[in-house]
Design a protein around this ligand. Structure first.
Ligand SMILES: [Zn+2]
Length: 498
């Protein structure tokens, strides 16, 4: 590895800070030694202003870089290259394009305003360049797809794919499994879960041999149009060998749609708290089931997940909590909040996003905005001085800075709105009070859907811990905690019953 070290001291630096060229050079040499560098080329500019680019030492170093004599440049900080940000950016870019790494000794420099500005702009440029590469690659892939070839990434069960030639062919063994999945689902009415279960029972391996079949994987197979011979790639249909005839494939889609409708309807009608209940013991959500338990058929909530391949199958032994008493507890809590709206509003205000945090982020954004604006000015300054050409790249750079500015301004707007919301929460008390009175008057006349909507508006989560001991009834041995929509555990507005 070949290193170049570059040192610069202006007359002003020397006078004000007592910096000497020798000190800088020694530090850079020590760094080179610690990096295990074979040989060092030293360049220096003494008593030359950092505002000028035309410096003998710097010129010689740029020449050496162009000739490929340098792998790494060691210097105290980017200020050594230039005092002007535009020049710093220009030079670092030139060096990095030549494959040269820059090594700054003074890392605290990063925390100065100049350093932050330098890195935020470098970051924006790097981000922009990554985006450009990504876009180029995507464009290449789409083009390949249009020409009928298969772009990378066709890894569907049932097929083999050669990334070199882009050739897709059917893997007979897996294709037979795909055919079975469609048949079991359509003709035997096994359901997505039942299909996964049977695949596991028959010991059929998935692509990732170790994993069991998960219902999501089965669903993905049933909905993938590749199996009827059309692979969708970014809106383009690419023909691939079919495994399933189009009629069968369409039947599967119909059946899936039907199942979704049935399930959604059922859970909406029968369980007041679906989606809101969590088991404190295993962390699963508890879903409503109509099941026989200790000889009694009833509505219950359970944390048990019986579908195939699920990560957390829930508490063992199986935990079943009667739905009616849990729903009564939650409903009572909702009613008491409505009767005493102040308690809920107070809990809500106490637990809403911290005003201080929002203010802090707002301030950070304002600082950031200033930096971006400075960056734009620096690029414009470099343009005016003829250091940068207004080529496509520079235009893009300016564009990226503008977009960054717009994003920041957008976030600034959002935060300002949030802040206004928090500060205005107290004012909502009156509003909520009148709403509560109105709802309270017709509380007994609400239908199930209205009750459910009301619960959802006020309750964030219902947490259940413990279990009903054998031979006991109702909620004996169970803790039910009702959390208000924006409140947190431990805050007012929670209730616990035993
Ligand atoms: Zn559980």
């Amino acid at each position: 590895m070949q290193a170049a070290i570059y040192v610069r001291v202006s007359t002003e630096d020397q006078a004000r800070h007592g910096y000497s060229l020798a000190e800088q050079r020694d530090a850079c040499h020590r760094r080179a030694v610690s990096l295990g560098v074979a040989s060092v080329l030293a360049f220096a500019d003494e008593g030359v202003s950092g505002a000028l680019l035309d410096r003998p030492g710097l010129n010689a170093m740029r020449e050496a870089v162009r000739e490929g004599q340098v792998d790494i440049i060691i210097l105290r900080d980017p200020d050594r290259l230039s005092r002007k940000l535009a020049h710093q950016l220009l030079l670092t870019e030139e060096f990095e394009k030549a494959g040269v790494r820059l090594d700054f000794l003074d890392f605290t420099w990063q925390d100065t305003p100049e350093g932050k500005l330098f890195y935020s702009i470098r970051g924006a440029i790097a981000e922009f360049e990554k985006e450009k590469i990504r876009e180029r690659m995507t464009r290449g892939k789409t083009q390949k797809a249009r020409q009928g070839g298969i772009p990378i990434g066709f890894y569907n069960y049932g097929y083999s794919y050669d990334p070199e030639t882009g050739k897709v062919s059917v893997l007979e063994e897996e294709a037979a499994v795909v055919k079975n999945i469609f048949r079991w689902f359509i003709e035997e009415d096994l359901g997505v879960n039942g299909v996964a279960k049977r695949l596991n029972e028959q010991g059929i391996p998935t692509r990732k041999k170790k994993n069991p079949w998960h219902r999501m994987v089965v669903r993905q197979i049933l909905t993938n149009p590749a199996y009827k011979g059309l692979w969708k790639y970014k809106g383009i249909d690419i023909p691939v060998p079919a495994i399933i005839d189009p009629d069968t494939w369409n039947k599967a889609q119909e059946k899936l749609k039907e199942a979704r409708r049935l399930w959604a309807g059922k859970s909406r009608q029968e369980y007041l708290l679906s989606g809101l209940v969590t088991c404190a013991d295993c962390g699963n959500t508890m879903t409503g089931v109509y099941a026989k338990w200790w000889g009694v058929k009833d509505r219950r909530y359970t944390c048990r997940k019986h579908f195939q391949g699920t990560k957390n199958s829930g508490c063992r032994p199986v935990k079943m909590i009667l739905a009616t008493p849990v729903e009564e507890v939650v409903w009572e809590q909702v009613c008491s909040w409505l009767q005493d709206p102040d308690s809920l509003v107070t809990a809500t205000i106490e637990a809403s996003p911290q005003v201080e945090e929002v203010r802090g982020e707002l301030q950070r954004i304002e600082r950031h905005l200033k930096e971006v604006e400075k960056g734009r000015e620096a690029v414009l300054e470099a343009l005016a001085a003829g250091l940068l050409e207004l080529d496509a790249q520079t235009k893009n750079k300016l564009g990226e800075l503008k977009r960054r500015k717009e994003r920041l301004e957008q976030r600034q707007k959002e935060l300002a709105a949030t802040l206004q919301g928090i500060e205005g929460a107290a004012g909502k008390l009156v509003e909520f009070r009148s709403l509560a009175q109105e709802v309270l008057a017709k509380l007994d006349d609400l239908n199930f859907a209205e009750k459910k909507a009301l619960v959802r508006a006020l309750v964030a989560q219902v947490v259940i811990s413990g279990r009903v001991s054998p031979g006991k009834h109702g909620l004996t041995g169970v803790n039910v905690t009702v959390l208000a929509r924006v409140s947190e555990p431990g805050k007012a507005g929670n209730i616990t019953i035993n």
